[in-house]
Design a protein around this ligand. Structure first.
Ligand SMILES: Cc1cc2nc3c(=O)[nH]c(=O)nc-3n(C[C@H](O)[C@H](O)[C@H](O)COP(=O)(O)OP(=O)(O)OC[C@H]3O[C@@H](n4cnc5c(N)ncnc54)[C@H](O)[C@@H]3O)c2cc1C
Ligand code: FES
Length: 259
């Protein structure tokens, strides 16, 4: 059952100047949660910004839900000032979340704050550590590496600017990993340009990839049509679907990225 109401912030961690984590109490009425689902946050008590802000689950258990947030604009800035003991209004869980199954070998590909829902997927315990590898890419200094390291057999980290890591984007290591031919499921989340390239690389090799897509959202429940994504279906070879309702997870083989 969905929940709309206030929850208390139980813990707060600052991971970097502009990245923080909250653990909030899990409302009892939320029976099931799935990695890849998200909640809509009311980011203000004053009415501005008006629209709720979608944030993915980065971990959950019976009692708590964790969110990892990068400060981008007004909404996330307002959220970053809330402290332990404060209450925040949330609505959710929303969206379809990741499909989970039994796979021979899995590759996780995350970029920037897109690593947050992938952490939730790994920490759900549904993927075998020995059969899961991971590539993470950051523009600057990485974060949350310890959390990923303990959930995967092999972790590769790339950064555009930080010293001590392989330089560049996730796409280089992705091609190298896929050339091994061992992966039968890829999970990915990150900036749109990265997801487009990840989808192309996986589609060319016919390796299934689940993409957790991002779009600016308004209602979050499928009513306003403010978050559409183009997919390969329908009478004319394409169809606009709502990321908040039919997504945010789509298979790479079904998404049409704008040129
Ligand atoms: C399903 C979903 C799950 C998400 N999960 C997380 C998460 O776990 N952690 C997290 O930090 N962020 C997540 N986001 C992104 C987050 O919702 C936005 O960063 C946030 O709404 C920005 O709000 P703001 O008021 O701070 O910035 P705004 O003032 O609204 O925007 C600031 C800048 O960010 C850009 N922007 C706004 N929204 C998005 C978006 N959805 N995608 C890309 N760019 C955007 C704007 O174009 C602008 O340049 C998620 C988004 C979606 C759709
Ligand atoms: S945000 Fe309104 S339909 Fe998706």
């Amino acid at each position: 059952m969905g929940f709309l109401g206030k929850v208390k912030i139980l813990e707060k961690k600052v991971l970097q100047d502009d990245v923080f984590q909250w653990i909030v109490e899990r409302p009892e009425t939320i029976e099931t949660l799935k990695p890849g689902q998200f909640f809509n946050f009311t980011a203000s008590s004053t009415g501005y910004p008006l629209l709720k802000r979608p944030i993915s689950i980065s971990y959950f258990d019976e009692k708590q839900i964790e969110f990892t947030v990068k400060v981008l604009g007004t909404g996330t800035e307002v959220m970053s000032h809330l402290a332990v003991g404060d209450e925040v209004e949330i609505m959710g869980p929303l969206g379809n979340g990741f499909d989970q199954g039994s796979f021979h070998r899995v590759l996780i590909v995350g970029g920037g704050i897109g690593i947050a829902p992938l952490k939730g997927l790994l920490e759900s315990g549904n993927l075998s550590v020995e059969q899961t590898d991971c590539i993470l890419g950051f523009r600057d200094a990485p974060y949350l590496l310890d959390a990923f390291q303990k959930c995967v057999a092999h972790l590769e980290v790339v950064s555009e600017n930080a010293e001590g890591y392989r330089k560049g984007f996730v796409t280089g290591p992705l091609e190298e990993h896929l050339n091994s031919g061992v992966y039968d499921m890829i999970y990915s989340c990150g900036p749109e340009a990265m997801l487009k390239q990840v989808a192309k690389t996986c589609n060319e090799r016919k390796v299934p990839v689940q993409l957790l897509m991002e779009e600016k959202m308004a209602c979050g429940v499928g009513a306003c049509l403010g978050c559409t994504c183009k997919t390969k279906s329908g009478d004319f070879g394409f169809k606009h679907v709502r990321m908040c309702k039919e997504g945010p997870m789509f298979y790479g083989s079904e998404v049409i990225f704008d040129a």
